[in-house]
Design a binder for this molecule. Sequence first.
Ligand code: NDP
Length: 296
Amino acid sequence: MTEIIDGNAVASEIRDGLTDAIETLADVGARPGLATVLMGDDPASQTYVNMKQRDCEEVGIEGHHVDVAGDAPADELYETIDDLNDNPDVHGYLVQDPVPDHIDYREVIRRIDPAKDVDGFHPENVGRLVAGNARFRPCTPHGVQKILEAYDIDTEGADVTIVGRSRIVGKPLANLLIQKAEDGNATVTVCHSRTDDLGEKTRNADIVVAAVGVPELIDGSMIGDNAVVIDVGVNRVEADTEKGYELVGDVDFESANERASAITPVPGGVGPMTRAMLLYNTVKAASLQEEIDVSL
Ligand code: NDP
């Protein structure tokens, strides 16, 4: 019987676990603060930012938000970043990606104070992660690790195949899973669009992580018996629903479900974990900046 992994339940436990830490910090006048910066008016980005603000409110993190006009010069965005770097009430912040074409996102990331970079994308934080001394683990990879932990899925000695080598999911997750650590010690294969015989790589894995952005690319024939399947993908496909679309993962759930021992659904798998880990990183940022140990 395949276990359907409940990402909402695990995320909810993580959020509950943060409540005490947030209160401890608030009691000494250091309520954690998270800011979101949105440049332009992309509707999907607007939705993501609203969700992040709502998440903050629910757990007692102080939400801040800055809108920057989509046609503003880069300097205006940089000024916003400088202000947030200097604002002691903001312990962590992020600039919602994608940014308009005239903005160099890498330069934006470099300007963020690494101590406030709760996405974990600043080169200093990437370097620390690779060195095995992460300050902030990027939210989605960390969320995947927390799911595995919550379901007692041991990574030690496991063969893990990650499909996707992005800066935000595949690469950091591979780095985390190969680390000499209780939640690492895996043998990791990272696949991408030039990988030869993808099915062979996924079939031989104990744990398959799909972070591709191609709807239902990975089907049951590509999954080994009793493997664990973690589907990071979120893809909108046309459907006969009220909204005219539905969300599907990078894994064909029905056929993979027949082979897997455990599988994450889409929605309700990795997505809520990404959101919870952003709150976690914000609390961690506050605890580090305020020098108050809240034992996360
Ligand atoms: P990117 O587009 O940055 O990376 C996709 C990766 O998949 C690339 O490495 C690409 O290879 C690889 N790829 C593309 N096509 C194939 C193929 N046919 N076979 C093998 N590999 C392929 O995507 P992200 O990592 O940002 O996102 C991946 C998915 O995860 C998306 O659906 C996104 O919406 C979702 N997502 C979900 C989150 C959540 O919280 N649930 C958070 C972040 C992302 P190459 O490098 O060669 O181009």
